[in-house]
Design a protein around this ligand. Structure first.
Ligand code: UDP
Length: 461
């Protein structure tokens, strides 16, 4: 009511704190989840965020923001390697928990409402969970990868005991019968950091998950039914929910892009025939060498297909601004567009887009599935190989581009996806999956029901 109308005060709002890991593929799903809890559940939201990749509170006037000192040394922050940042952040927070305690306290005490019910954290923030436990604040984990990936994490000690990991060159194509359909090469691995560091990160994720009150996974029931059933038997938590694809559940753009999204590409897509454009992006972190970059450029140019290619700073190793090869822009005039960063979800939903050449980060994979777009897969590290395995082998909505990057091979892959019968069949299967996404988003669909359960859980605390 208006000023002085004597109307009753609305009931106090319960507040939820959220703390994403400050990387693009982790921030977006968390901000979408926060948006859904706010818009559908009527919950107030406080976002805890670090100075490293800090979010812009002005873009989210409906949320409150509290900064948390992250303690990431300047050189680690500048290099921006995810495994190194995760370990440095946790180490600093464990060394001075008072800083985290202070931030949580200020998020809690500022509250004139019904008080904070719980803290939703990224699985990589064990140090934060420990502090929350000390002050009696329940934590819920948001997993931003697939259910298959979480199973792989939980199986990590077994995979070492049985000798699958660290992987040997000669065993890469050996199946892992405990985690079908994965082979050794599909297991969670990294080319960037040492294996021991990765083991430490995963052990921490497992500890965070098993010490939480519950887990929300950014996937949906119909996509990974077998993996979800197994996980439910393996994890004994008060609740375990699948609320994906989160970007489709929340009604607006997460507004959390760390790079400026070039919306001009949408006008360009508007001028292209339906299903004709190949969208090419390798996510926020993957990098290639300059030789590979040349092959991609000329492979795309020679393919004869319209394409939209994201060439972000650092796509070529150690290159802050990447230069296109000489003659390239003339060669692709009117047919190809290169931008630094795309409004990817909008691009994939555009009728002109008929295929996605992706590194198969989980967000990109899910975004492609949500719009029924088939994929050329070029996985690089972490969970990307297993995502490719599912895309190719389980869902049949894409295929891997193997071996060295070479322009002729790239050209063939584009033709296979965009022009050939096989590509058309992948597109049909992608359309079937897209309809399953639409079903899980209906009012009684599995992901909506999961959100309702999550809101009632929060209100019960
Ligand atoms: N993305 C974007 N514009 C781009 C490329 C990517 O907005 O030009 C977004 C994409 O929609 C996705 C995220 O960045 O949500 C990348 O996450 P993903 O898990 O696919 O890969 P990562 O960057 O973590 O390797």
């Amino acid at each position: 009511g208006g000023d002085g109308d004597g109307g009753e005060k609305p009931p106090p709002q319960r507040r939820v704190l959220v703390f994403p890991l400050p990387f693009q593929g982790h921030i977006d799903p968390m901000m979408h989840l926060a948006g859904v809890l706010h818009a559908r559940g009527g919950l107030a939201i406080t976002v805890l965020h670090t100075r490293f990749n800090a979010l812009d509170p002005a873009l989210h006037p409906e949320f409150r923001f509290v900064p948390v000192p992250d303690g990431v040394p300047a050189d680690v922050a500048a290099a921006g390697k995810i495994i190194d940042v995760i370990l440095a952040m946790n180490a600093a927070m464990e060394a001075s928990p008072a800083a985290v305690r202070g931030a949580l306290a200020s998020a809690l005490t500022e509250d004139e409402d019904g008080g904070a019910a719980c803290l939703v954290i990224d699985a990589n923030l064990l140090a934060v969970q420990k502090v929350a436990a000390e002050i009696g604040l329940p934590t819920v984990v948001l997993r931003t990868g697939s259910a298959a990936c979480l199973r792989c994490f939980l199986a990590y000690p077994m995979l070492h005991e049985k000798g699958y990991l660290p992987s040997q060159e000669s065993q890469l194509y050996m199946p892992v019968p405990e985690l079908p359909p994965l082979r050794v090469r599909d297991l969670f691995q990294t080319k960037i950091s040492g294996h021991e560091m990765l083991c430490e990160v995963i052990a921490r994720i497992n500890e965070t998950v098993t010490n939480s009150s519950g887990v929300v996974i950014n996937t949906f029931e119909a996509l990974e039914p077998t993996e979800l059933e197994k996980l439910r038997g393996e994890l004994h938590l008060p609740f375990f929910l699948t609320a994906g694809p989160l970007h489709k559940l929340s009604s607006k753009n997460s507004g959390s892009s760390l790079l400026h999204q070039d919306k001009g590409c949408i006008d360009w897509l508007d001028t292209q025939p339906p299903g004709s454009v190949l969208y090419v992006s390798f996510g926020s972190l993957a990098a290639m060498d300059s030789g590979e970059f040349l092959e991609v450029a000329w492979g795309l140019a020679n393919s004869g297909h319209p394409f939209l290619w994201v060439v972000r700073p650092k796509l070529v190793q150690d290159c802050d601004s990447v230069a296109l090869p000489e003659g390239f822009e003339d060669a692709i005039k009117g047919r190809g567009m290169v931008i630094q960063w795309a409004p990817q979800q909008e691009v994939l939903a555009h009728r002109a887009v008929g295929g996605f050449w992706t590194h198969n980060g989980w967000n990109s994979t899910l975004e492609s599935i949500a719009e029924g777009v088939p994929m050329i897969c070029r996985p690089n590290a972490v969970d990307q190989m297993m995502n490719t395995r599912y895309v190719e082998n389980v869902w049949g909505v894409g295929f891997e581009l193997h071996g060295e990057l070479e322009r002729g091979k790239i050209q063939n892959a584009v033709t296979r996806l965009m022009d050939e019968r096989e590509g058309a069949e992948m597109r049909e299967r992608a359309e079937v999956l897209r309809r399953k996404v639409a079903e899980c988003l209906e009012s009684s669909g599995s992901s909506q029901v999961a959100v309702d359960k999550f809101v009632s859980y929060i209100l019960s605390l």
